[in-house]
Write a protein that binds this ligand. Structure first.
Ligand code: ZN
Ligand code: ZN
Length: 225
């Protein structure tokens, strides 16, 4: 059995993960162990190691500020290369692409464990990276409607926007509760206006599930997707 996971094997794990997620979203019954057994039969590793890889995939989704499968708690004990490969596999399987964001975040975290006394020299002329990102076309009418509805206050913490734009309008960001990347709709029933703090917290915060429930309970136009 190969020690290192090949790109093919990691991609198969990501495909299994996304399939479990999507079936779960459609309310179908998902037997996780059947997926692990299938991977075991194809690639020969133990069922346990596939389960752990799934938790690594949850970790990559967490780094990306996205939702992971309940019951597959993010596990961060994994090499940066593997993170990068998982991230690329996610982009490929979902038909999206962007900067290698999760890999970068993971690398920063790993480096923080052994910071040298001397500050890094950095780069006076950082290299340019060509990116071929795929984005969703958002409806500006949805954004406009939600911003008007919020009327200058964050729909999560209910506080007044922390600052105004140069034109004097309150600065809020419109966020999709179910990410478009996760198959969410671009409708006002799936969008809220947030202050930048709450926006980041709903993506990356440890308390985001509780915050979300409170938001759904308070704002009647929202429909959980
Ligand atoms: Zn807020
Ligand atoms: Zn967002």
């Amino acid at each position: 059995m190969a020690e290192n996971w090949t790109e093919e094997e990691l991609e198969a794990a990501v495909r299994a993960y996304i399939d479990m997620r999507d079936r779960g979203d459609r309310g179908e019954r998902v037997v996780k162990s059947a997926y692990y057994r299938d991977l075991h039969e194809r690639f020969g590793r133990s069922v346990k190691s596939y389960e752990y890889r799934m938790q690594n995939i949850s970790y990559v989704y967490a780094l990306l500020g996205r939702r992971w499968i309940d019951g597959l708690k993010p596990a961060k004990n994994v090499g940066t290369n593997v993170i990068g490969t998982i991230e690329r596999a996610i982009a490929k399987v979902e038909g999206q692409s962007g900067e290698p964001f999760a890999q970068f975040e993971h690398e920063v975290e790993a480096l923080r464990k052994s910071i040298p006394k001397q500050a890094p020299t950095g780069n006076a002329n950082p290299a340019k990276i060509q990116s071929t990102g795929t984005q969703f076309a958002r409806d500006p009418r949805v954004v406009a409607w939600v911003l008007n509805e919020a009327d200058g206050k964050c729909e999560c913490c209910t506080k007044v926007a922390p600052f105004t734009r140069i034109d004097g309008s309150p600065y809020l960001e419109v966020h999709h509760l179910k990410r478009l990347a996760d198959g969410g709709t671009d409708r006002v029933s799936n969008a809220i206006a947030l202050c930048p703090n709450c926006h980041r917290e709903l993506h990356f915060g440890s308390q985001r599930t509780g915050l979300l429930s409170a938001v759904f309970a308070r704002i009647t136009r929202l429909v959980e997707e």
